[in-house]
Design a protein around this ligand. Structure first.
Ligand SMILES: Cc1cc2nc3c(=O)[nH]c(=O)nc-3n(C[C@H](O)[C@H](O)[C@H](O)COP(=O)(O)OP(=O)(O)OC[C@H]3O[C@@H](n4cnc5c(N)ncnc54)[C@H](O)[C@@H]3O)c2cc1C
Length: 536
């Protein structure tokens, strides 16, 4: 538990940081501090300064100074942790912005990996692979091309391709500890090791996990595994008017036997609508939340299902052909299955106006907006198309330069884990839906088949922070939801900065975590409260 920040301690530390990093890289500009402490929901912490080191050695120096003066320091990679806290720390302190550490340190086409620093963004990695004319694909999240790879991976974020479980494709961490020492994990700690980026476990106890969702170190380098571009790629989409359970039960065997290798996403109608544009103010006559009858009407007009899934098959032409027939067989009678490629999208685009004219009902324009970026994500190509969903309840359009924090978009993600069974997913989604509707929000829910055996649902509480009372209502809803899900046996895979206490289960596990924290960070200066409780 760090001592409270004193004015004299802070000013002495600022003088030393300025000397170590240069005045251009130590900011106390009130506007910048306020922006950095602003998230997509109310936050309580204040930021006293922002440090922007340019090298690992400068990170080490910054930490040693923070320790000397007992000033809490919270690292961010790009600070776009939207819906979970953006760049705001859990408790008051100084922000350590690692955005200037943006080097791609190593790359192997042969072994399909890249070693990067925390400031490397999804866009930068994608552009790098393109410039190398690489035959490798990265994975991308639906957040923004300007989000980091490492910050997301440390939060155990996920994307859409077979490499979508980010923490599962990362190894060889370089970590600055709270006392300023630097360690390397896995086999990287052996001075002449040639296998640090390709073999995860190392020799003896493995420490990688200590630095994910924690406050035990600052990761300054990490290796990320990539996938070879498949000989053939085939996207597919599913729609059902039924419940989600049978769909999950039909997909699970295909996920378990490797027919489906990627992180498939299944979204309900509200989720799809929110991803494809603004809130339907006209159709709902200005009312929120969007009610079920209006949603049903819109769904029929736009042409998507009550539940909608996107996935892809990656392999040789023969494998893809075989997988297509396995999918047809498994999903017949359960969901409408469509295989889509770029040619088909061009065709739909061509016929869309006359189709709309003839049917006088179905408007495919929203689907056409969503399909190309969804296919991009299935190929690991970053897009900012889905950032529009953060503006769902904002009136006045979506700006080109999207910034949900600045634009006072309200967003809180609640992300529970469930077994990959129809029964569990149906129970979880029904519970989440009831809680959201009860609190006046649309049930914006997607379910991702993260691994063969486990799903993660992302439940979005989306609102307009400029509407009085909505912030408080959203927080109440979030807490009620997390607590009920915990009671039901569905813990969250990730937490927002205002709710870190849910990570503390106490007992021997809690005691062990506390003693590790006390050993590594006796002054409690690193990201206090972040996934490990602190009562300052
Ligand atoms: C519309 C929308 C879609 C989204 N889609 C996805 C999605 O598909 N998948 C997904 O996972 N998320 C998604 N997000 C959530 C979020 O925006 C992303 O996860 C984003 O990548 C996190 O921000 P960042 O990369 O800037 O990480 P940061 O904000 O930099 O880091 C997150 C946290 O990790 C810790 N951390 C960061 N760097 C370090 C370091 N070097 N050492 C130690 N600790 C560190 C810090 O505690 C930090 O607060 C979405 C958000 C929105 C609004």
């Amino acid at each position: 538990v760090p001592a409270p920040i004193t004015a004299s301690g802070l000013s002495a530390a600022l003088a030393e940081w300025t000397e170590a990093l240069g005045s251009a890289h130590v900011s106390v500009d009130p506007g910048a501090l306020r922006d950095a402490a602003t998230a997509t929901f109310p936050t309580a912490s204040t930021i006293s300064a922002i440090l922007s080191p340019g090298t690992r050695e400068e990170v080490q120096r910054s930490v040693i100074i923070a320790n000397r003066h007992r000033i809490p320091l919270s690292p961010i990679s790009t600070g776009k942790n939207w819906g979970y806290g953006s760049s705001a720390p859990v408790l008051d302190g100084v922000l350590l912005d690692l955005g200037r550490l943006d080097r791609i340190v190593d790359f192997s086409e042969e072994l399909a990996y890249v070693t990067i620093e925390p400031g490397v963004t999804q866009r930068q990695l994608y552009d790098f692979l393109q410039a190398q004319r690489s035959d490798l694909w990265m994975d991308a999240t639906g957040a923004s091309p300007d989000c980091s790879v490492i910050g997301n991976t440390l939060e155990r974020g996920f994307g859409h391709t077979p490499m979508g479980d980010h923490a599962g494709s990362a190894c060889g961490l370089q970590v600055v500890l709270p006392d300023g020492a630097c360690i390397e994990t896995g086999f990287c700690r052996f001075p002449k090791s040639k296998v640090g980026a390709v073999a995860r476990n190392g020799l003896g106890p493995s420490f990688d996990g200590l630095f994910f969702q924690s406050n035990l170190g600052i990761v300054t380098r990490m290796s990320i595994w990539l996938m070879p571009a498949p000989e053939y790629f085939q996207a597919f989409f599913l729609q059902t008017e039924g419940t989600i359970g049978p769909l999950v039960d039909a997909l699970r065997p295909l996920r378990l036997n490797g027919t489906i290798r990627n992180v498939m996403h299944i979204g309900n109608d509200f989720k799809v609508l929110s991803g494809s544009g603004e809130y339907p103010w006209k159709e709902s006559r200005g009312h929120t939340p969007l009610d079920r009858p209006t949603m049903d009407k819109l769904r029929a007009e736009i042409g998507f299902g009550r539940w909608n899934a996107s996935g892809a098959i990656y392999g040789t032409r023969v494998q893809v052909r075989e997988a297509r027939s396995l999918l047809r067989r498994a999903l017949g009678g359960i969901a409408r299955l469509q295989f889509v490629d770029d040619g088909r999208i061009d065709f739909i685009r061509l016929i869309e106006p006359s189709y709309r004219f003839v049917t006088r009902r179905q408007d495919l324009r929203r689907a056409l907006k969503l399909l190309p970026p969804l296919i991009q994500l299935l190929k690991g190509v970053p897009t900012d198309c889905f950032l529009a969903s953060a503006y769902w309840r904002k009136k006045g359009g979506i700006p080109d330069d999207k910034n949900p924090d600045r634009d006072r978009c309200g967003l809180l993600w609640c992300s529970p884990v469930a077994p990959n069974t129809g029964k569990a997913v149906e129970e979880l989604t029904a519970l989440a839906s009831d809680r959201l509707v009860e609190h006046g929000f649309e049930p914006l829910i997607s379910v991702s088949l993260l691994t063969e055996r486990a799903t993660v649902s992302t439940v979005a509480i989306t609102y307009d922070r400029d509407v009085p009372g909505e912030d408080q209502r959203a927080v109440r809803c979030y807490r009620a939801l997390v607590e009920e899900l915990l009671r039901g046996g569905y813990p969250p895979y990730r937490l927002s900065i205002g709710s870190m206490e849910y990570a503390d289960t106490g007992g021997p596990y809690g005691n062990m975590m506390q003693s590790i924290k006390r050993t590594l960070d006796p002054n409690g200066i690193l990201s206090p409260g972040h996934y490990l409780p602190s009562d300052r």
